[in-house]
Design a protein. Structure first.
Length: 110
């Protein structure tokens, strides 16, 4: 699983939501192909939060980078980057910054 965060540019938030309401089928297929099994993106003001579930062995740095090998996905990614800002906490080379898991309701269950 991966938890990631970035920021959206406020004037473009409505465009971001509009584009995601009709995500290109090739983008959905590519995400599944690289191992993403579930993805949800939340928006509050300028802060975005993406929750992903992935197949075992998924490496966000490797596998998200692999997604742009597909020209249609790369075009989608380029469009989305015009509607977002890099999270201030992101490391060099990161767009969506990894977040630290600090609580899970299921911790301690046997």
């Amino acid at each position: 699983m991966a938890w990631r965060s970035t920021s959206a540019t406020t004037p473009r938030s409505s465009r971001y939501k509009k584009e995601h309401a009709k995500v290109w089928p090739e983008v959905l297929a590519r995400l599944r192909e690289i191992g993403v099994t579930e993805m949800k993106i939340y928006l509050l003001g300028r802060r975005m939060f993406m929750y992903c579930e992935t197949k075992d062995g998924f490496d966000p740095a490797r596998d998200f980078a692999r997604s742009t090998e597909d020209p249609t996905y790369r075009k989608w990614d380029e469009l989305m980057r015009t509607l977002q800002e890099r999270a201030p906490e992101a490391k060099p080379g990161e767009w969506w910054a990894m977040m630290e898991l600090v609580f899970d309701l299921n911790w301690g269950r046997s």
